[in-house]
Design a protein around this ligand. Structure first.
Ligand SMILES: *Cc1c(COP(=O)(O)O)cnc(C)c1O
Length: 368
């Protein structure tokens, strides 16, 4: 048992059982005489590991057969470019919903490749909420609509899946694209509502170095912008079952162990209930106090990343130092926001969140 609770936003905590299993299998995976790191990615051992990771993910998230699951590299940040490079198509136009720093980065990259329209933004609100679907102004000729389902820095999360057929204008056939890096598999999701989903693994499902892309098959037929490298085409990776080049094998293996762990937890319905309970512990404490404050609109608060400030910011350093002595680490807020941020992904146990809540109460009592 480890004696700290790690609230890092990413790379983030992994389930202890997964790390134990990886340790037990480190030198000799299932009698193969090899570490997973030493295996050929085309050998039968690693192929079975990758196939199992994929089929477990497909089962957990009920991913329909007409979607491909790709295991790629370059992080979610590469997807900021790969999405427009592959999907802008003939119209060369796409719509983006702006809800914070990650969606802004996605917009900034996409602007290098096409004409980008902001369909909705919560900028006027300091990015502390998500714009209601009724406020989205989608261009009918957009090649896709992109949004960020959880803003990791701002702690703003969509508690609903945008249904473009209910949005204003005739846009029901426009593919919906989501950056789910920081809430992927933290709750059930209806993959059929999306054209493409991408998620860096290091927030909620595995180690850094791996990004998961789930793409509806018909989108593989959209002609990518001409002249783009083979490595940046979805079709290259889809046609080669993510083995066009050497994939991030060890990261895929660990993610596979996380999928098995998620299944043992009871799947996404069960993990969602735990995530709701964990988030409520901290938000209830903040809302019941004049000492702590969370700037995010209540309905749009993230279950994964909880930003909060102290009434007196000169106490921030003491808060962080004392928390650390209790084994509560990585609570410092993002450099652009200040204050604190507690990231409580799937693998953060309820006991860790309870320990944080107890510490916050005690700190308030001693410093209010
Ligand atoms: C962390 C994060 C990214 C960037 O991920 P990298 O793997 O570092 O490229 C993008 N989007 C969101 C929502 C994130 O949380």
């Amino acid at each position: 048992m480890r004696n700290i609770y790690n609230f890092s936003a990413g790379p983030a905590v992994l389930p202890e059982e997964v790390l134990e299993q990886a340790r037990a299998e480190m030198l000799d995976w299932h009698g193969s005489g090899m570490s997973v790191m030493e295996m050929s990615h085309r050998g039968k051992e690693f192929m079975s590991i990758a196939d199992k990771a994929e089929s477990d993910m497909r089962e957990l998230a009920a991913i329909p057969a007409n979607y491909k699951i790709l295991f790629l590299q370059g992080g979610a940040s590469s997807q900021f470019a790969m999405v427009p490079l592959n999907l802008l198509g003939r119209s060369g136009k796409a719509d983006y919903v702006q809800t914070g720093q990650w969606s802004e980065k996605a917009v900034g990259e996409a602007k290098n490749f096409g004409s980008i329209h902001i369909a909705a933004s919560s900028e006027s609100d300091g990015f502390n909420s998500v714009p209601l679907l009724a406020q989205w102004r989608i261009s009918t000729d957009a090649a896709y609509v992109h949004y960020t389902s959880n803003e990791t820095i701002g702690g703003v999360e969509f508690q609903w899946t945008p249904d473009l057929s209910a949005a204003e204008g005739d846009c029901k056939d426009i593919p919906l694209v989501a950056d789910m890096s920081s809430n992927f598999l933290s709750r059930p999701l209806d993959v059929g509502k999306f054209g493409l989903i991408y998620a860096g693994a290091q927030k909620n499902v595995g180690p850094a170095g791996l990004v998961v892309v789930i793409i509806r098959e018909d989108l593989l037929d959209v002609a990518p912008l001409s002249g783009i490298p083979a490595m940046l085409r979805y079709k290259t990776h889809a046609d080669n079952a993510s083995m066009y080049n050497t994939p991030p094998t060890y990261a895929i293996y660990i993610m596979g162990l996380v999928m098995e762990w998620l299944k043992r937890q009871g799947g996404l319905v069960a993990i969602e209930q735990r995530n709701i309970a964990k988030a409520r512990l901290i938000y209830d404490l903040i809302d019941g106090s004049n000492f702590y404050r969370c700037p995010v609109n209540r309905a749009d608060r993230s279950r994964m990343n909880i930003p909060f400030t102290l009434r007196d910011p000169s106490l921030d350093e003491i808060f962080l130092k004392l928390a650390q002595t209790r084994g509560l680490i990585q609570l410092k807020g993002h450099r652009s926001v200040g204050g604190m941020r507690a990231s409580i992904y799937n693998a953060m146990p309820l006991e860790g969140v309870q320990a944080l809540a107890n510490f916050m109460q005690e700190f308030e009592k001693n410093h209010a």
